[in-house]
Design a protein around this ligand. Sequence first.
Ligand code: NDP
Length: 288
Amino acid sequence: MTDVKRTASGALLLDGNVLRDRIVADVARDVADLSSIPCLATVLIGDDGPSQVYVRNKHRQAQLAGMTSRNETLPASATQQDAEQLLGNLASDPSVSGILVQQPVPAHLDGEKLLALIPVDKDVDGLTTASMGRLMRGIDSLVPCTPLGVLRLLQHYGATTAGKRAVVVGRSHLVGLPLSVLLSRKGIDATVTLAHSRTTDLVQVCREADILISATGQAHSIGRDHVKPGAWVIDVGISRGETGIVGDVDFDAVQSVAGAITPMPGGTGPMTVACLIENTLSAWRRQH
Ligand code: NDP
């Protein structure tokens, strides 16, 4: 690891932008040797502003990786049938390597039914029940991008996970739950606590963590008191306030006690996209 940066207080800065650029460059080298070009298809339903930004960013990184990408959009008024027809077409199209349905979908649609139409080998977001089931069983699968990105950050920057206490705050299917499974896998070997809104004495639970990961979307809810001196602190949460994007972690307060910390933005967000690009290459390989 050559890209060591530190915060003003000396904590290791877990820079996701730098690692994303490396991962995407590595994928681009691999893509150049393939017999055909992988294609990432995104499906965006409705006009949610942040989702549009996320999808644009995914296409940009796919391009940088030498892939093609398809940006499929449907209006917020789209019916379940419209969405299912689009997904069915992408599922059966051999030129499409990976399919991602940008979350959340409008409330009137049955998101589970839409996900179920994505073949497991094209499930680059790793969110279908088949992919999740494989993850639970430890069977090779495409792993959800945000949890995988957190793991890659920890590994790249040299965190020791084996035998360490990891606390994940937030238990969603998108982030917290699969991350807790990944961290407790054989080979990673952390001892994991999965905390949530009904956890009592969250501060004390968090203070036991050698690795503390917050994915709640509660702005600056993780402060200095939550952090054991020297702990690795990973911020997944994103809240939009009047001052712009804010993470779950109060960076200024926590960096003086943490051993390592993600910036926000520039930590887990870019890693999510990097892992999506890697997953698209893996999906191509599964189909060839
Ligand atoms: P969800 O709303 O689905 O889940 C939030 C989780 O946080 C729930 O398990 C909830 O508990 C828990 N929670 C809420 N408030 C508290 C609290 N005060 N104390 C402890 N736990 C709490 O969100 P997602 O998992 O989809 O996303 C989480 C955050 O991560 C969001 O801000 C989202 O924008 C961000 N995100 C960031 C990504 C990135 O790349 N950096 C990618 C994806 C998401 P309970 O289950 O009890 O309700």
